[in-house]
Each structure stands twice: as structure tokens, then as C-alpha cells.
Design a protein around this ligand. Structure first.
Ligand SMILES: Nc1ncnc2c1ncn2[C@@H]1O[C@H](COP(=O)(O)OP(=O)(O)OP(=O)(O)O)[C@@H](O)[C@H]1O
Length: 453
């Protein structure tokens, strides 16, 4: 088998040499480039298995190279070498599509584990959401797009924050990101941050030593240690008390944890995924969530649509869920009478897929025959108008546009672009990606709408 090849892009010969020696000890070949231009040429000529790039290059910066590789060679992982303590660069690199980053001075152990993880990516033939038993059911355009996003994110080590109402499948998404990536054979540990008593939080996350507090009768491993090499999924992360947020931030920044009662810190290698049904940005504005932690965990942000927004998936979800329910009883799945499906279509599902699952489970128990009727569903009455979910502020006001359609549309466009810019922290590349338009198109619109700074 021919050795795998790594392209090293750095203008400092010493660093190139150090990296090349380490890689050759791992049985890998390396190529080097001192400039962006040389890197592009090498990429075209050789198509390496991994690219490691420095941030500052004589003819541009490493982020440009990350973007270029992602566009032209999306199957080749690229990692960024960042200056010590340069959080912004690391986060920009991850947002631009880098699979991971390593900071200077380069620790060789960390380099080896990064390289191994990157090379494992190319050897994960079954990679891709949906492998194994777990599946994101549905074919609505937003679910199809989400599936593609999961596949991409599975290849990266970036922290991902998953937003969405209760029961939409945020944990399913997190499990798929983990299960489709290079950490798949390592643990996936999910924790509901709202369910841990405050006084036990530190010990739950970081572990404790026997005797470190009353009731600590033996050493206990924390969640970080349990997730070592794998993924820690912080569900309902907005519910973390502020005191714990500081400690978590430190653990993420330093990649170390200290069990309660221990004097030594332990290094950790854990990918963080998080989720909440709350608006985390609003929690930050209200002072209930630390801005610095938000910035760290929300490097990539994805939204899972509510069931109301993808009702076209109802038939597929219903039959998959009925099969799942029947499977656990060992029987043949019942079917849904056409009127029952219609009734479900008219329901607003505040609890989303989880609620659908519960409704069907109850209906299966109630149904006399193999077919579920409207009565078996026992759907709650429609909520009073004041209980209905608030209409989105972006709702079209048809009459306001009469006589001034262009002005109205530009105003809508301005609001959307401003919100996207804010969400992407004014990173234009990320904003264009979020909106699904090209960078050039975004620049044109910013000028047209006078949003340029
Ligand atoms: N697209 C989907 N495909 C298959 N099953 C789904 C899907 N979405 C949700 N489910 C199922 O719905 C239930 C709820 O999903 P999950 O726990 O992932 O939701 P959640 O958004 O994390 O909820 P919460 O906010 O309450 O933690 C699970 O049983 C899950 O298997």
C-alpha cells in the first residue's frame, strides 16, 4: 500500500521540517509549500490525504486556503496551525470548513492524534448520516439539506450548536454527527444540563476523588472522561448555571479537567455538541449565558425545523414510527385511516416528532383493529389563538407592499441580511453560506442595500 501524503503549508522552514519528521515517523509522506500559490499547485498535482496549513502566508492567509480546498477538494481534510492563544483564528478556520486546528508551539501528541483522526476520515466508507440503525426520517427540503450538513459536519471537529423546538430530533442530529465521523467507534455521551442538581454538577462533569466531599465514597469518573476520544452532547445547554459555565469554558479552552479533590489536571480529547430549544443569543443578551462560552460552543450553528414546517414528511414519519412501535412489540405495524392522517395534518404538534410518537403509541394501544381511526389519536383540541405560537416577525404584510413592492422587498432583504450578518458575527463568507448565496452576490447586495461598513 502506498503511504498516505500530507501537504504542509508554512513559510517557516523549521516548522515544515519538524512536521515532516513527525509525519515520516508515522509512516506518512509529506510535501511542502511555502506560499498559497505553491499550495494550490501541489493540491492540483498530488491531491494529498490531508493538508496542514499555517495562518499567515506571504501571499495570503490560511483561511483562503481552507476555503479553496473546501470548494475544490471537499473530500480532503484541512487543519489550521494557529498562533498560541489565537481563539479567533481557530474559530474562523473551523467556520471556514477546517476539520480541526492545532496551536503553536505544536505538541507532537496532539499533532499525531489530529493526523490520525483526519486520515480515519478517508477510511470511513460507511460514513454518512443514516448508516446503522439511527436515521433522520423525512425528505422535506430542509431535512435533505440538514442531512447534507450533518455529513459535512461529521468530518469536522468543530463544536456544533443545534437549535430547534422540543422533540424535533436535536439529539438524533447530534448522534448522527458523531456516528458518521471519525469518532464513531468512541463513546457518545449525552447529558441533560437541566437535570443535574447544581451541587453535583462539577463532580458530574469532571469526576471526583473518594473522600473529596461528604458522600463521595469512591472515585468517580466525570462525563468528560467518559466521553474521551468521542463526543459529549450538552443537551439543554442554556440551563447550565453561570458558575458551571465558567468551569466548562475553562475545560474547553485548556482541553483539561480537574476532578473534584484532585491536584492534577487531566488532558481530554472530546468533541462538543450542544443543543437547546431556547434562543441562546437572547440568553446571552439577558446576561444568563456567558458570551465567551456561547462563542466557543456555537462555532457552527444548525437549526432543526419543527414538524409544522415539514408536514409533507408526516406520512413517512408515521409509517416509520408505527413500524418502530410495532417492532418493539414484535407485531405487524397497524396502518392509519386516511381521515386520521388528515386529522394529524391539521394538528399543530407543539411537541413535534416526540409528540407524534406518543400519539401513535397511545393510538396503537387503543385501536381495536389494524387500522388507527381519528378517535384513537385522541388529539387535543386546537389551542386558543393566544396559545398559538407567535407569528414570526418576518411574516409578509401584503398590504404594506402595495404601491411600493421594490422598497418593501428591499426592506425584507435588508432585515434578513442584517440578521444573518449578526449571526455570523459579520464574517461575510459565513453569512453568504448561511444565506445560500455566493460571496459575490452578498457583496453586491450589501452595496445595493447600503449595508457596507
Ligand atoms: N427526523 C427524525 N427521524 C427519526 N426520528 C426522529 C426524528 N426527529 C425526532 N425523532 C424521534 O423523536 C424523538 C425525539 O427526538 P430527540 O430526543 O432527538 O428530540 P430533541 O429535539 O433532542 O428533544 P428535546 O428538546 O426535548 O431534548 C426521539 O424518539 C427520536 O427518535
Amino acid at each position: 500500500m502506498t503511504a498516505q501524503t500530507v501537504l504542509i503549508v508554512d513559510d517557516e522552514p523549521d516548522i515544515r521540517e519538524l512536521l515532516a519528521i513527525t509525519l515520516s515517523r508515522m509512516g506518512l509522506e509529506s510535501l511542502s509549500a511555502a506560499t498559497l500559490q505553491q499550495a494550490r499547485e501541489q493540491m492540483a498535482a498530488v491531491q494529498p490525504d490531508l493538508c496542514l496549513t499555517d495562518m499567515r502566508l506571504p501571499d495570503g492567509n490560511g483561511i483562503n486556503l481552507v476555503e479553496y480546498i473546501n470548494r475544490e477538494y471537499p473530500h480532503i481534510p484541512v487543519a489550521m496551525i494557529t498562533a498560541h492563544g489565537s481563539v479567533e483564528t481557530a474559530i474562523s478556520a473551523l467556520k471556514a470548513g477546517a476539520f480541526d486546528f492545532i496551536s503553536k508551539p505544536i505538541e507532537l501528541d496532539r499533532l499525531r492524534s489530529l493526523v490520525n483522526a483526519a486520515l480515519r476520515l478517508n477510511r470511513t466508507p460507511e460514513a454518512g448520516p443514516g448508516h446503522g440503525k439511527l436515521q433522520l426520517i423525512g425528505h422535506a427540503p430542509r431535512i435533505v439539506a440538514l442531512r447534507e450538513q450533518i455529513e459535512k459536519l461529521a468530518r469536522s471537529q468543530a463544536p456544533v450548536h443545534i437549535r430547534g423546538e422540543s422533540g424535533v430530533g436535536k439529539e438524533v442530529v447530534a448522534r448522527l454527527i458523531h456516528g458518521s465521523g471519525p469518532r464513531a467507534d468512541k463513546p457518545f455521551i449525552a447529558v441533560n444540563c437541566g437535570a443535574i442538581p447544581r451541587e453535583l454538577m462539577e463532580s458530574e462533569f469532571f469526576g471526583h476523588l473518594k473522600g473529596s466531599f461528604t458522600g463521595a465514597n469512591r472515585d468517580k469518573q466525570g462525563l468528560f472522561q467518559a466521553a474521551e476520544g468521542g463526543t459529549l452532547f450538552l443537551d439543554e445547554v442554556a440551563d447550565l448555571p453561570l458558575s458551571m459555565q465558567v468551569k466548562l469554558l475553562r475545560a474547553i479552552q485548556e482541553k483539561t479537567v480537574r476532578p473534584v479533590g484532585a491536584s492534577e489536571e487531566l488532558t481530554t480529547d472530546v468533541r462538543l455538541l450542544s443543543a437547546t430549544h431556547k434562543n441562546l443569543a437572547a440568553e446571552v443578551r439577558a446576561g444568563d449565558f456567558r458570551n465567551d462560552l456561547y462563542y466557543r460552543i456555537n462555532v457552527i450553528d444548525i437549526q432543526v425545523p419543527s414538524l409544522r414546517e415539514r408536514l409533507e414528511d408526516l406520512p413517512e414519519l408515521v409509517s416509520a414510527l408505527l413500524a418502530r412501535i410495532a417492532g418493539s412489540d414484535g407485531g405487524t405495524p397497524p396502518t392509519l385511516a386516511p381521515a386520521a392522517l388528515e386529522a394529524l395534518r391539521g394538528y399543530h404538534f407543539p411537541g413535534n416528532v416526540r409528540e407524534l410518537e406518543n400519539i401513535l403509541e397511545r393510538a396503537c394501544a387503543l385501536a381495536d383493529q389494524q387500522q388507527i381511526t381519528v378517535a384513537d389519536l385522541q388529539l387535543p383540541a386546537s389551542p386558543a389563538p393566544e396559545d398559538q405560537p407567535a407569528r414570526s416577525p418576518g411574516t409578509v404584510e401584503v398590504e404594506a407592499a402595495f404601491g411600493q413592492l421594490e422598497v418593501y422587498l428591499e426592506d425584507v432583504e435588508r432585515q434578513i441580511i442584517s440578521a444573518a450578518l449578526e449571526q455570523s458575527r459579520w464574517n461575510k463568507t459565513a453569512t453568504a453560506r448561511l444565506l445560500g448565496i455566493s460571496f459575490r452576490s452578498l457583496r453586491y447586495r450589501l452595496k445595493k442595500l447600503q449595508l457596507e461598513d
